[in-house]
Design a protein around this ligand. Structure first.
Ligand code: ADP
Length: 387
């Protein structure tokens, strides 16, 4: 038996000298997708030398992972993907503390249908939840009793830590840009005493395999740097706070695509994604009866449209803010260019793979990262970069 690899090295700041070395795989982006791909590669191809590169810290404050809803559910998921969802569920729970909490997922409907219960019956044990809605407007409910919530940021942290424990090297505060041919330009970033982020030094690092897991930026980055066309897009998603009481067993509620996710004794609202945001779009706050809000117009329209069904949205409990920075939001990759896109990966050229999470990464992301790792592991055994 081969002895386990020693833990990898971590470069957290520019005071720690870094020199390019021989790596078989570079993973760019330590969000939940990149971190998971790194961990699974360490498990499936332990001979392959791997460097994980992240522009920020761990978990990064920017990016989709830290603000992801963290709702695992089979609701609305075609049967063909249930096995991948269950795989992701098992893996997330065995990776360490990710604040996994079993709670039902309840989809509310105005009309009856197969598998729908009267809403009073579905929410009998949750009067706090029932109080948020008008049962006359949303009388029917569909329950996924197996659903759960968790913290995607903790998941990214745990997977990256375990990848390092199994021998992956980790380079933080470093922005990577693809140069083609398996070459990557690294900019090690630092903060000046006037809080500006500046480049401290640059390096060129090559590897036979590069995984681009930079989230919503990845498709544009790939198109720009490699001149390839992808079908993918991105959208900006805001997640307003709703100060209505919830507890550890409150269900996740969904109505007309809007998700109410119980969190910290209240709710986080996750509005539906209707479209891709065009390149160059800058999110800006909207106006409600002439008053500036931190909610962008599209988000505001969605919430206003649901105020009859969910009267709590028309109350003081909805936190609207005054400018965009008051309402948490993040860019999200849309695999396949649609809001319904599932996590995916694809080769971009002879060296580079694109790995995308997107809106369904909570339920399916780990499985997709694992599939990419096992695809690569088949060739990596024999593919070792020359020192
Ligand atoms: P995903 O759900 O696909 O993991 P995230 O947006 O959460 O998506 O993760 C992408 C990560 O990639 C973020 O942590 C972000 O800081 C990082 N990132 C984005 N661009 C770069 C880059 N050019 N170099 C290194 N890291 C990057």
């Amino acid at each position: 038996m081969t002895p386990p690899a020693p833990p990898g090295r971590v470069w957290a700041h520019v005071g720690q000298p870094f020199e390019p070395a021989a790596y078989d795989v570079l993973v760019i982006g330590a969000g939940r997708m990149g971190s998971a791909a790194a961990l699974f590669l360490r498990q499936l191809a332990p001979e392959a030398r791997l460097l994980l590169i992240e522009e920020g810290g761990l978990p990064n404050e920017d990016g989709a992972t830290i603000l992801a809803p963290g709702v695992w559910t089979l609701a609305g998921l075609p049967e063909a993907h249930h096995a991948a969802a269950h795989w992701t569920r098992e893996a997330a729970q065995t990776l360490g503390d990710v604040s996994w909490q079993a709670r039902p997922h309840v989809t509310l409907h105005p009309t009856p249908g197969l598998g729908r219960l009267p809403v009073e019956e579905a929410l009998r044990e949750h009067p706090q939840s029932l109080a948020l809605l008008d049962p006359a407007a949303l009388p029917w409910a569909e329950v996924d009793p197996q659903a759960a919530t968790y913290r995607p940021g903790s998941l990214a942290l745990r997977t990256a830590q375990q990848a390092v424990a199994l021998g992956a090297d980790l380079l933080l505060n470093t922005r990577a840009a693809l140069c083609g041919g398996g070459e990557v330009q690294l900019e090690r970033l630092t903060v000046t005493n006037t809080h500006q982020i500046v480049t401290h030094e640059t390096h060129r690092q090559g590897a036979p395999t590069v995984i681009l897991a930079t989230g919503a930026d990845a498709p544009h980055h790939a198109e720009h740097a490699l001149g390839v066309h992808t079908r993918h897009a991105r959208a900006y998603r805001q997640m307003p706070h709703l100060a209505a009481p919830s507890n550890d067993t409150s269900p996740v509620l969904r109505a007309a695509g809007l998700t109410l996710r119980p969190q910290h004794g209240a709710y986080t609202l996750i509005p539906p994604l209707h479209w891709r945001d065009p390149h160059g779009y800058q999110p800006a706050g909207g106006q409600l009866t002439g008053v500036p809000t931190g909610l962008r117009r599209e988000t505001l329209e969605d919430l206003v449209a649901q105020m009859d069904e969910l009267p709590v949205l028309a109350s003081e409990a909805l936190h609207m803010g005054r400018s965009l920075s008051d309402v948490p939001g993040a860019w999200l990759a849309l695999p396949g260019g649609t809001p319904a896109g599932r996590p995916t990966f694809e080769p971009l050229d002879d060296h580079t793979w694109l790995l995308l999470g997107g809106p369904q990464a909570d339920t399916l992301g780990l499985h997709t990262a694992y599939k990419l790792a096992s695809t690569l592991a088949q060739t990596l055994g024999g593919q070792t970069a020359a020192l």
